[in-house]
Write a protein that binds this ligand. Structure first.
Ligand code: 5GP
Ligand code: ZN
Length: 135
């Protein structure tokens, strides 16, 4: 298995773990957006979130919540961003499902991605297409 995060989970590569149970692990991102940036991931090799079995969804979310609470209890943490990238086009670098849990401080200068308003009637058209695709 050549997956970097599987190697970390198997302790072949070291990482600063903050949590681990049967199904989920959490460790510090090596290159944090902000100090305390945690990665939360299932202990099963699945590349993208939509392919992750439902039995992992709740446990992963529960660890995200626990991590958020631990970060919010730290000094200087006023908010949290949760991020999750799928496929290279969306910025995924490590193809093993993971959530970024990023502590934020008021006025820390981190910028969100910009939005662009819909044109006339465009939103309804797009919503209709997505609605049809949702099972
Ligand atoms: P992605 O872009 O795939 O959503 O995020 C991958 C994340 O993994 C990046 O934020 C990157 O800093 C982190 N990362 C890459 N290599 C390592 C590593 O060897 N150890 C740890 N702890 N994090 C890593
Ligand atoms: Zn993996």
């Amino acid at each position: 298995m050549s997956c970097l995060f599987c190697k970390i989970l198997n302790k072949e590569i070291s990482a600063d773990f903050v949590y681990e149970d049967e199904k989920v692990a959490a460790f510090l991102d090596i290159n944090p957006v902000k100090p305390g940036h945690v990665l939360v991931l299932p202990k099963i090799h699945v590349e993208q979130l939509h392919d992750l079995d439902d039995e992992y969804i709740l446990p992963v979310m529960q660890v995200i919540k626990k991590t958020m609470k631990a970060l919010l209890a730290q000094e200087n943490v006023d908010g949290i961003n949760i991020g999750q990238n799928n496929y290279t086009a969306a910025g995924q670098v490590v193809p093993h499902v993971h959530f970024h849990v990023i502590p934020r401080k008021t006025g820390d200068g981190h910028r969100h991605w910009p939005g662009t308003a819909y044109g006339q009637g465009e939103a309804a058209e797009i919503a209709e297409k997505i609605k049809k695709g949702i099972e």
